[in-house]
Ligand binder design. Structure first.
Ligand code: SF4
Length: 350
């Protein structure tokens, strides 16, 4: 049986076999990914969520080289939101029909676990139905280190305070890349610990991959393989999201060429084909724009993510894509799919 037949028949492919897809045409990748999508989700529906991203501070001790958001990137002024400002953004999001808050910032020297728990409790008490998708694995490891406690204990306290799920924020799960570009963030082993702890606590995450960081094709597959292994062991991932890095205004600007549209679509399709155990794959409109999101829905994606009111991290790189729920529905219909508004657990709201 050749590789394409194996994929079309729904069998798992190995990392070695995935390497053979490196030179597959976009036409073939679209067909293969669409077939795999039908096996994962035959509904023809595409989800979106009305949510708000609150980037509470850009003061960050990690200083990742691919990040334009943190204040020491030198192009933006430092800011830190007060708890009242964050709370008011939550209230306004609820008033505008938002069902989920994403809370992410830098590794702030003054923000500790106690601050995070008190803030979550305040938000959850006021808005019990608001889904709190909060704090990246790096922030969680930062909080745990600050308290001298395990990742599991840290997450357990965040859960008790109201956290519902955690964004994946994996960047590239390749030690070579991390040591060069984001040496102060959580390690691959710590990222894995966060996912395992979430699973033990009955919580969920989304796996991500930020690519275009000088990694090889084989390293992209290695990243996908880590995600697939963890998902086999835990089932912790509700979705997978891949997007190219935006090098503009960062320390890697000019070092790596920006990933183009064909490579984005190829990588998205590869992710759908390889990750046979993840139901939802997102189309990454925030960095690639809404038009590309339409095309991506024919390369294995079945979710367009959130409207992300107020997102600031990608905007710091000079990319200012914005969307409303109506835009999301239009994208989905244009791609010939059926829109559905979903919640933080990917269940249909309407
Ligand atoms: S990517 Fe996140 S952890 Fe890294 S410097 Fe930017 S804000 Fe800090």
């Amino acid at each position: 049986m050749d590789l394409f037949e194996k994929i079309y028949s729904g069998q798992r492919i190995s990392a070695k076999e995935a390497m053979e897809l490196k030179n597959a045409s976009l036409y073939d990748m679209s067909g293969l990914a669409s077939a795999r999508l039908k096996m994962a989700d035959a509904s023809g529906e595409v989800g979106y969520i009305v949510n708000r991203m609150i980037n509470y501070s850009n003061v960050c001790m990690a200083q990742c080289k691919f990040c334009a958001f943190h204040a020491r990137a030198g192009r933006v002024n430092a800011y830190t939101m007060s708890d009242d400002e964050i709370f008011n953004l939550c209230r306004e999001a609820v008033e505008r029909g938002g069902t989920q808050i994403m809370l992410q910032g830098g590794l702030h020297p003054k923000f500790k676990l106690g601050w995070a728990c008190a803030l979550l409790r305040r938000i959850k008490e006021a808005f019990p139905k608001l889904w709190l998708h909060v704090f990246s694995p790096s922030e969680i490891v930062w909080f745990a280190r600050g308290e001298g406690i395990s990742v599991l204990e840290c997450l357990s306290r965040l859960k008790e305070s109201g956290a519902d799920s955690v964004p994946g924020a994996a960047d590239m799960l390749i030690g070579r890349i991390r040591s060069q570009l984001c040496n102060n963030k959580c390690t691959v082993a710590e990222w894995r610990q966060v996912m395992e702890a979430l699973s033990k606590l009955g919580m969920y995450s989304s796996a991500t991959m930020t690519f275009g960081l000088g990694e090889t094709f084989a390293e992209r597959i290695e990243h996908l393989d880590i995600v697939r292994q963890i998902q086999d062991q835990t089932g912790v991932f509700k979705a997978f999201i891949a997007w190219p890095v935006s090098p503009e205004n960062t320390a890697i600007e000019g070092r790596f060429a920006r990933v183009g549209a064909p490579e984005f679509l190829h990588t998205l399709a590869l992710s759908r084909i390889y990750l046979d155990n993840v139901k939802y794959v997102q189309s990454g409109w925030l960095t690639e724009g809404l038009k590309m999101a339409e095309v991506a829905l024919n390369f294995g994606a079945n979710d367009v993510g959130g409207v992300l009111m107020n997102e600031m991290v990608v905007r710091a790189a000079g990319i200012d894509n914005r969307a409303t729920a109506e835009n999301m529905r239009r994208v989905i219909v244009n791609a010939g799919k059926i829109p559905r508004e979903r919640d933080g657990l990917y269940k249909t709201i309407s």
